[in-house]
Design a protein around this ligand. Structure first.
Ligand code: ATP
Length: 348
């Protein structure tokens, strides 16, 4: 089931939460809506679900206009961070709920419901918890049961709003890998909201970066990271170093170093160059293209070393290297030369 939204806008009073959003969610993909708090991602998800209505624009399910359709007629499954399980019902009854409240003519038999519930509990690998109550589960187990409950009605689309937001880092990491595997098994078109770029990178086929109610970029995790569409995306997706420069003799000139410039930037007055921590090499000797720096901090994380450097002009520079790439005898206070090997360049 593909989903498309066209020219969606939404105001809350004078505040514009969504500003003319158009995009498609291809059938069977797992797409992340990523952006800072308040950027409009939950509002977009709720409009797709039918829990909220846009001021203008359309929502199409499989090419069919569903804009005015009630939530119960859209056949979507939800997993929301605060959409708790029913506390007075067992795990089994929670998962069975969506099927057992169907009108009599559409309701499967008791035996069919039981079979389906056990299949789903097996899918989320928690069949052994069928008789427990939600209070007797861990947070991660509760979210997996919530997912089983959402899947029980065989939704055409699965919508997840920060599904693992309230969980601790380790459980969160496990659950997102598990969600990815589950998606690979089921291939239900799924959209999940997150403000955690690492989560989006790890789980999604495609990421939609939203900022102030507008789409900044749509792309695969690699495209978003390596070909960011704007300085905002560059800064939002993981750690980066920003350098300011300008065009000199056809090069992007940043004082201590220079880089090749694409033709589209040749006329720019000012440039911002974003260099990721792993895109910088360190040397004992100066070269034409190196920044003199002092090592301010050095942290070993297994085979990786993270360094905090300060340039002579006072700029902080973050670097990440494999330990064998670190110049010999480097310690805090050492003077080195940092060479950016590539950058994403923008006119500013
Ligand atoms: N019912 C409402 N009434 C008034 N303002 C609202 C309402 N719902 C959302 N907003 C505002 O619209 C903006 C977008 O909200 P939304 O919940 O979509 O953001 P979000 O990107 O999901 O943020 P978060 O990650 O914090 O949940 C926010 O500034 C929010 O305060």
């Amino acid at each position: 089931m593909s989903i498309e939204v066209r020219h969606l806008s939404k105001h809350f009073g004078a505040f514009q939460a969504l500003d003319n959003i158009s995009l498609g969610f291809p059938s069977g993909e797992l797409v992340a809506l990523l952006g800072p708090s308040g950027c409009g991602k939950t509002t977009l998800l709720r409009i797709i679900a039918g829990l909220e209505y846009a001021d203008s624009g359309q929502v199409l399910f499989h090419g069919e206009d569903s804009t005015g359709k009630h939530v119960r007629d859209r056949n979507v499954g939800f997993v929301f961070q605060h959409y708790a399980l029913f506390r007075h019902m067992t795990v089994f009854d929670n998962v069975a709920f969506g099927l057992s409240v169907r009108p009599r003519s559409l309701r499967p038999s008791k035996a069919d419901i039981a079979r389906r519930v056990h299949e789903l509990l097996e899918l989320v690998q928690l069949d052994w918890l069928a008789d427990r109550y939600p209070d007797q589960l861990s947070g991660g187990q509760r979210q997996r049961i919530a997912l089983a409950r959402a899947l029980a009605v065989e939704p055409r689309v699965l919508l997840l709003d920060e599904p693992f937001g309230a969980l601790d880092a380790k459980v969160r990491k496990d659950l997102r890998q598990w969600l990815r595997r589950l998606h690979d098994e089921l291939h239900i078109t799924s959209i999940f909201v997150t403000h955690d770029q690492e989560e989006a990178m790890e789980v999604a086929d495609r990421i939609v970066v939203i900022h102030q109610g507008r789409i900044e970029q749509i792309g695969t995790p690699d495209e978003i990271q390596q070909q960011s569409a704007s300085p905002f995306v560059c800064e939002f997706i993981g750690q980066t170093n920003r350098f300011e420069g300008n065009i000199k003799d056809g090069w992007a000139d940043f004082g201590d170093f220079r880089l090749e410039t694409p033709p589209r930037l040749q006329e720019s007055a000012k440039l911002a160059g974003y260099v990721r921590p792993h895109e910088i090499t360190l040397h004992n000797q100066a070269s034409d293209n190196s920044i003199p720096v002092t090592v301010a901090s050095l942290k070993r994380l297994g085979p990786i070393i993270r360094l905090g450097l300060v340039s002579t002009s006072g700029q902080d520079i973050h670097v990440e290297l494999a330990s064998q790439q670190l110049p010999k005898d480097t310690e805090v206070g050492a003077r080195l030369f940092a060479t950016p090997i590539q950058a994403q360049l923008f006119a500013v």
